[in-house]
Ligand binder design. Structure first.
Ligand code: PLP
Ligand code: COI
Length: 340
């Protein structure tokens, strides 16, 4: 039985659901793990995660299809990306097949919280891992916890598909050869001041430029950029210091194979941005959120698609991607994982 939740008015917030998956790593091995009821975490006051921020996470969603199945989108890529993150943070990898199984089991156990088809809401899935034993010298933990919880969510940005206004940030997100390409909690800790400051000034997000030269577009705090040229190409920034978004990688395929568009994955200079016809943020939480205007220290870049609705090409990408995710459009082989 679906829970009594006002699905259509959900924002992007945390709502506790019934079950979460937990597995502990000790003496060099992961235990078999279990679904548990307790949403609280208890650990040492000196846990590596609390002192040195040794933590990472993933994010994906489960959807109800029109014919009532529950599915999720490319969980194998989240498993892979978490393994890459763990290597960089000296954390033990959670085996990729077990990651996918844990996602499936957790969603199944919380099936009543998967929003109905057409409600505009989805079940957000948050796998994460942290160093849990006491560490006071700067070194990695020996013990870890891997967990997966779920929470029903609506749109990440208020107003859903309404174009947002963002600003060019004076703060940097990621250093060359740093940790921008992995999903480490520390990347988000350092973005909190920048996002609070942006919100205070009326902006929905920050556009980060490359830290070395401040001439190239990187990403926002929680999504990659897509741009549409005036002749209908998809352009999306390539950089070693941005998160390899699964949504962005999927959109590149959707654009080329489903919509017959030319796709350019390359360095994008900030100077070029004023010449694009449409701009959007893409990610699991953001889906595709259209950007209507970018403020750069008093100079405004206003996209021809305007402030009222998504640009026409962005809309086509959005409809095709979400159509695939919700089972209305046939997905490429292996993109949809059946849960129930
Ligand atoms: N970039 C950042 C910094 C993110 O936090 C996210 C969210 O996961 C993304 C991009 C989008 O990645 P994905 O499409 O895999 O959700
Ligand atoms: C996601 O899209 O899953 C993320 O992790 C982004 C975060 C800002 C919510």
């Amino acid at each position: 039985m679906s829970k009594n939740i006002d699905w259509s008015n959900l924002g992007f917030g945390y709502i506790e659901t019934d079950k979460r998956f937990v597995s502990n790593y000790k003496d060099g091995a992961w235990d078999e793990g279990a679904l548990i009821d307790d949403p609280m975490v208890t650990m040492s006051e000196c846990a590596c995660v609390l002192q040195y921020a040794q933590t990472c996470f993933e994010g994906l969603k489960a959807y109800t299809t029109e014919d009532g199945r529950i599915v999720c989108f490319r969980p194998d890529l989240n498993a892979q990306r978490m393994a890459d993150t763990c290597k960089r943070l000296e954390m033990p990898e959670f085996p990729e097949d077990r990651f996918v199984q844990a996602v499936v089991d957790t969603v199944k156990a919380n099936a009543d919280y998967v929003p109905p088809f057409g409600s505009g809401a989805t079940l957000y899935i948050r796998p994460y891992m942290f160093g849990s034993n006491a560490v006071i010298g700067v070194k990695p933990a020996d013990e870890y916890q891997f967990r997966v919880f779920t929470t029903p969510v609506g749109p990440y940005f208020k107003g859903g598909a309404k174009p947002i206004v963002i600003r060019v940030s004076d703060f940097d997100r990621a250093a060359p050869h740093g940790t921008g390409h992995i999903k480490a909690g520390l990347n988000y800790a350092m973005s909190l001041h920048a996002i609070v400051d942006a919100h205070d000034k009326g902006y929905a997000e920050n556009m980060y430029l490359d830290a070395a030269t401040r001439t190239k577009v990187e990403e926002t705090g929680g999504a990659n950029f897509i741009f549409i040229t005036k002749d209908g190409k998809l352009v999306t920034p390539k950089s070693d210091s941005i998160l390899p978004s699964i949504t962005r990688r999927s959109l590149m395929v959707v654009a080329e194979k489903y919509l017959g568009m030319t796709v350019e994955h390359r360095e994008v200079y900030f100077d070029e941005v004023k010449d694009f016809a449409e701009c959007g943020l893409c990610g699991t939480a953001a889906v595709i959120s259209p950007v209507g205007r970018i403020d750069d220290h008093g100079k405004e870049i206003c996209f021809p698609s305007g402030m009222d609705e998504m640009g026409p090409v962005t809309k086509k990408l959005y409809d095709t991607l979400t159509g695939i995710q919700m089972g209305k459009i046939e997905a490429p082989e292996g993109w949809i994982k059946e849960i129930k």
